[in-house]
Design a binder for this molecule. Structure first.
Ligand SMILES: Nc1nc2c(ncn2[C@@H]2O[C@H](COP(=O)(O)OP(=O)(O)O)[C@@H](O)[C@H]2O)c(=O)[nH]1
Ligand SMILES: [Mg+2]
Length: 642
């Protein structure tokens, strides 16, 4: 199926836009009584056209009068192409130019020019009018747009106009579908027997009957009870189509033009955003810092106050980075276009593309501009990278950088391949951020080693909360740091790989004396309490000695010299190799130890997978040779492996 396209009219008042739409479609877009009485379009009108190829085109007819530019702006934002109408008898007029400027600011670069009311002028006049139009288009994206001479009243040139529109629309790119539907509401009304209905041009995704929706900004949730495009009921509306949505659960008074219908949670309204603003050459005065202007984005209009981030003002035809603070929040997204106007004298002064919707107030400094320049970089990869100044999931990064899924995936592959981005569990971070987190962990380790040389390192949880990552991401960060040899895991602590717990000279002396006492009767060693009381070897020093491999802690209440453990284990293993089993009392007799010490020692062998209990006996679970190897490596590495 050919996609549904939407065109919008543009041009000065009374140039025949609405009459032309009626002639093309049979639908009079001037639906309000006041419009019919005054013979003038005031608000947006809607119609549709079936193309010879079978495709449907939705039409948004806009008012040309300068008093109703705000309504024109609410309708023109999301069209595929423009039908710019210029009356042959009058030629280019002020709103022809203003609409052209608005089209350019909104990025609408495709269209057809209808030179209307051709019946009123002769060939020579028509040629003059056409060259007048070409001159006005020069330097704009519509400079090469086809021009068709038409007369709505005489029904001349209409077939050619339709064929030309069809050709131009055929060249328009597919509508973006990022799976996050947005319906900027241009009308909200109630229909007898149905309730609340909103209409708009659907962006970025599909809506289905039954979907839960919310009008943003706002909290009220409802459901889509019915959907229509061009008066035909549908189950699903696709991006780029004109949509009327019948809502249940949302009162008519809770929705209005300017809100955006979306799925709950999909859009966050913002009251501050940053953008590079282009001021029109025609602007009557510079745009000054702290000036108040009207901002038009999507179907919304809101008063905005300007923070000029570079310099004091923007001169006509100039550009600068601004932050705009809105009088009330709007559902706008990075990549959205907007137009700025001054209320009196009423004029369009410029516009731009939203680069950042972070609510933080930016300083008027070069750094702010540098950050924004990156966020608005021409390459998708650079924009994505700029959004990775905090850990973000793929989706979050794409949303922040305004990329669609395909652009995002390509950019991501590029960034990961050349190392500019790093994956940390479910999140991505820039290499810069990764480096700063890595250095943070290294610094914490170094500080702890310096302050507490006896300690194995920084408790993992302490490091995690200092770096400020959730558990899963922190684990992934640590795994990477360990793999890169920058950090080592020591039990539940993190350390620099070269760190070994250090005893002071006097502690070493205390240890020498304690060691001698331990060596006297290796399998009847003093308790930790005695070691502390008699030799000053407290828990912390014991932990450091264990870490170093000078002591083996078994259970909570016993410490042994590694040689003692080894000696005991050798005897047990030899006995097991010879007899296949050993009892506690046999082990006690063999080692000349006491039951109190033999029990934990045997448990230690069980815990490390050398032996297993069987009734009152222990048996070997590995070969004697394997048991020897295991023992050697266990005791060589101290307690690290326990
Ligand atoms: N002679 C002639 N008059 C036209 C033609 N198209 C529109 N008009 C007249 O021009 C006036 C303004 O038309 P309208 O469609 O309301 O202009 P809009 O403001 O651009 O929508 C009306 O009186 C129309 O009847 C045309 O092709 N030939
Ligand atoms: Mg009209």
């Amino acid at each position: 199926m050919t996609p549904i396209r939407v065109i919008g009219t543009a041009g000065h008042v009374d140039h025949g836009k609405s009459t032309l739409i009626t002639a093309l479609t049979g639908i009079d877009p001037d639906r309000l009584r006041e419009e019919r009485e005054r013979g003038m379009t005031i608000d947006l009108g809607f119609a549709w056209l079936r193309l010879p190829s079978g495709g449907d085109v939705g039409i948004v007819d806009v008012p040309g009068h300068q008093d109703f530019i705000r309504n024109m702006l609410a309708g023109i934002g999301s069209i595929d192409a423009v039908l710019l109408v210029v009356a042959a008898d009058e030629g280019v007029m002020p709103q022809t130019r203003e609409h052209l400027a608005i089209l350019e600011l909104l990025g609408i670069e495709r269209g057809v020019i209808a030179l209307s009311k051709r019946d009123l002028v002769d060939d020579e006049w028509a040629a003059l009018a056409a060259s007048d139009v070409r001159a006005a288009l020069r330097g704009t994206p519509l400079a090469e747009a086809p021009l068709v001479e038409v007369s709505a009243t005489a029904r001349r040139g209409l077939d050619e106009l339709i064929a030309t529109l069809e050709r131009v629309l055929g060249e328009a790119p597919r509508r973006r579908d990022v799976g996050r539907a947005r319906l900027p509401i241009d009308r909200a009304f109630t229909m007898a027997g149905f309730g609340t209905v909103v209409t708009g041009t659907l962006l970025d995704g599909t809506l289905r009957v039954g979907d839960e929706v919310v009008a943003v900004p706002g909290e009220v949730r409802g459901r889509i009870r019915g959907l229509q495009t061009h008066r035909r009921a549908l189950d699903e509306a696709s991006p780029g189509s004109r949509v009327a949505a019948n809502l249940s659960g949302i009162d008519k008074d809770a929705v209005e033009r300017g809100m955006v219908l979306a799925r709950p949670g999909a859009l966050a309204p913002t009251s501050v955003f940053a953008a590079r603003v282009q001021l029109l050459r025609s602007a009557s005065a510079p745009l000054a810092h702290d000036e108040s202007v009207k901002l038009h984005a999507g179907t919304a209009e809101v008063t905005a106050r300007v923070t000029v981030l570079e310099g004091e003002q923007i001169m006509p035809a100039g550009t600068a980075w601004l932050q705009l603070r809105l009088a009330h929040p709007l559902a706008i997204e990075v990549g959205d276009r907007f137009v700025l106007r001054r209320p009196s004298p009423s004029e369009t002064i410029g516009g731009g593309i939203v680069a950042d919707v972070a609510p933080a107030r930016m300083r008027r400094r070069a750094e702010s501009v540098a950050i924004l320049e990156k966020r608005a970089a021409p390459s998708a990869a650079a924009r994505l990278l700029a959004s990775l100044d905090a850990p973000r999931t793929n989706d979050e990064a794409a949303q922040r950088s305004g990329l669609d899924p395909a652009e995002r995936d390509n950019a991501l592959a590029e960034l990961l391949a050349d190392g500019r981005a790093v994956q940390i569990a479910d999140a991505l971070v820039s290499r810069e951020l990764y480096e700063s987190m890595a250095q943070h962990v290294e610094r914490l380790c170094a500080q702890t080693h310096r302050k507490m040389p006896l300690r194995a390192g920084v408790p993992r949880e302490e490091a995690r909360s200092a770096v400020g990552l959730p558990a899963k991401r922190f684990s992934a960060l640590v795994d990477r740091l360990v793999a890169e040899g920058r950090v080592a895991e020591r039990g539940s602590a993190l350390a620099l790989p070269r760190h070994a717990p250090q005893l002071s000279a006097s502690q070493e002396e205390q240890w020498r004396r304690a060691r001698a006492a331990l060596a006297k009767e290796p399998l009847q060693p003093p308790t930790p309490a005695q070691l502390a009381a008699d030799y000053g070897i407290d828990r912390e020093i014991v932990a450091a000695l264990a870490e170093r491999g000078d002591l083996v802690r078994i259970g909570t209440e016993a410490v042994f010299l590694p040689d003692a453990v080894s000696d005991f284990a050798q005897r047990v293993v030899r006995e097991l190799a010879a007899n296949g089993k050993i009892t506690v009392s046999r082990a006690r007799d063999l080692s000349g130890s006491s039951r109190k010490h033999v029990l934990p020692l045997l448990q230690f062998l069980d815990d490390h997978g050398l032996t297993r209990r069987q009734g009152d006996d222990r048996i070997l679970v590995v070969t004697p040779a394997a048991a020897q190897d295991k023992l050697a490596s266990l005791l060589r590495r101290g307690e690290k492996s326990s």
